[in-house]
Design a protein around this ligand. Structure first.
Ligand SMILES: Nc1ncnc2c1ncn2[C@@H]1O[C@H](COP(=O)(O)OP(=O)(O)OP(=O)(O)O)[C@@H](O)[C@H]1O
Ligand SMILES: [Mg+2]
Length: 378
């Protein structure tokens, strides 16, 4: 799978852009604040129908403009698809081959993983970021997962409401009502847990061993009910027991203290917590290793690798790590990277096509005439 062409109109600080992207690596480099991340954001939009930076589509429309457009051509084998996004009056419209498409129809046409500053939260932030990372990665493999999460979250909200009422002694303690929400919670929760335990086991077995020198990355799904076995019937029993054990406490605090919404994905580098003890470069490499194991799982399931976007590709990595990481990518998939300066990796397999980004315009290095860059054949 690859994206062959990207066209932008009034997207963030980019007035107009029309470029072809080669099958290997493409590097957009330039000074701070020029529009490099904006380009990645636009490509990401084509994959997920939303931004990784804002939940407000209007933010993406160039200041002073009334609408913005993103268009991309995606190739998978002999199949070619044109994906489009238009944002006008704060409303976002998605399209496939020029015809308006629902989010369901749109998402899934461009398989892509992105590594940006915001994604570092997965290792540096709290457990919620890691749970979300897991759930997001699992969606293509466990089709019912999104629905399960929605059911679970609804049941949790209702159960917490009942608990809070009891805790505040502002309503009659209705044990039967609580039990009915327990059942709903256990039904969806055991399935979520089963999916997560299976997926984490898969990820573990595909973590690239020794990718970054002698460092070893380990991961462990730490369940609040002590679950280890992904068998659903076992999980249902364990979840019920967990809720019963926690009941007195939950009734006091008015909230549900056990279940997949409180679980944690533990990450360790050389036996120590990655978030608390890992260096900046180790955290970045650790997250890359997690992404690589996801790429392998994706390739096994789909027969091809997802495209990989990396913002500030060079940041925090020493030369050795950078070379390993870029070598890994260039052997497997198309990648689009950004950096504050041009870089080449000596004797590496990584040989990117360079573009310079300057004040929302894109040009090839050495080319004095600024963008829109004519579509380059590669
Ligand atoms: N809606 C918008 N209209 C016009 N300009 C915008 C809009 N949104 C953001 N910008 C501008 O885009 C620029 C930032 O672009 P971007 O984040 O892509 O920079 P960058 O090249 O990645 O920089 P850095 O190296 O610092 O990460 C800023 O100058 C910002 O003011
Ligand atoms: Mg940037």
């Amino acid at each position: 799978m690859r994206i062959t062409r990207l066209r932008l109109y009034n997207f963030r600080n980019i007035g107009e852009l029309d470029i072809s992207l080669g099958p290997g690596a493409t590097l957009f480099w330039g000074k701070n604040g020029q529009g490099k991340t904006n380009i990645l954001e636009a490509i990401y939009f084509l994959a997920y129908g939303r931004s990784f930076r804002t939940a407000t589509p209007r933010d993406c429309v160039r200041h002073g403009g009334t609408e913005c457009r993103i268009e991309g051509v995606v190739q998978r084998g002999a199949l070619e698809r044109t994906l489009g996004v238009t944002i006008r009056g704060g409303e976002k419209t998605l399209s496939l081959h020029g015809k308006s498409a629902s989010l369901e129809e749109f998402v899934g046409n461009l398989h892509l993983l992105a590594f940006t500053h915001a994604h570092l939260d997965i290792v540096r932030g709290g457990p919620a970021a890691r749970r979300a990372f897991l759930d997001r990665a699992m969606v293509p493999l466990y089709p019912g997962h999104v629905r399960l999460l929605a059911h679970y979250s609804r049941a949790l909200k209702q159960r917490n409401r009942v608990l809070a009422t009891i805790a505040a002694a502002s309503g009659p303690a209705d044990a039967r009502l609580l039990e009915s929400w327990d059942d709903a919670l256990i039904g969806a929760g055991a399935r979520i847990l089963s999916n997560r335990l299976n997926y984490v086991a898969r990820m573990k077995s595909r973590l690239p061993e020794g990718l970054f020198g002698m460092e070893t990355l380990r991961m462990h799904y730490l369940s609040t009910i002590g679950a280890e076995n992904p068998d659903r019937a076992v999980l249902e029993g364990e979840f019920r027991e967990g809720l019963e054990r926690a009941r007195a406490r939950d009734l006091k605090t008015g909230t549900t203290s056990v279940g997949p919404h409180r679980d944690e994905l533990k990450l360790y580098v050389n036996g120590k917590g990655l978030g608390a003890f890992g260096s900046a470069g180790q955290q970045r490499s650790g997250l890359l290793a997690l992404y690589f194991s996801q790429m392998e799982i994706h390739a096994e399931a789909h027969g091809f690798y997802p495209i990989f976007l990396v913002d500030d590709a060079e940041a925090e990595l020493d030369r050795e790590r950078l070379r390993t990481f870029l070598g890994y990518l260039s052997e497997r998939t198309q990648s689009v990277l950004t950096s504050v300066r041009a870089f080449r990796v000596p004797s590496g397999r990584f040989d990117p096509v360079h573009f310079v980004v300057e004040n929302g315009r894109v040009r090839t290095p050495g080319d004095e005439t600024c963008s829109p860059t004519p579509a380059t054949t590669m």
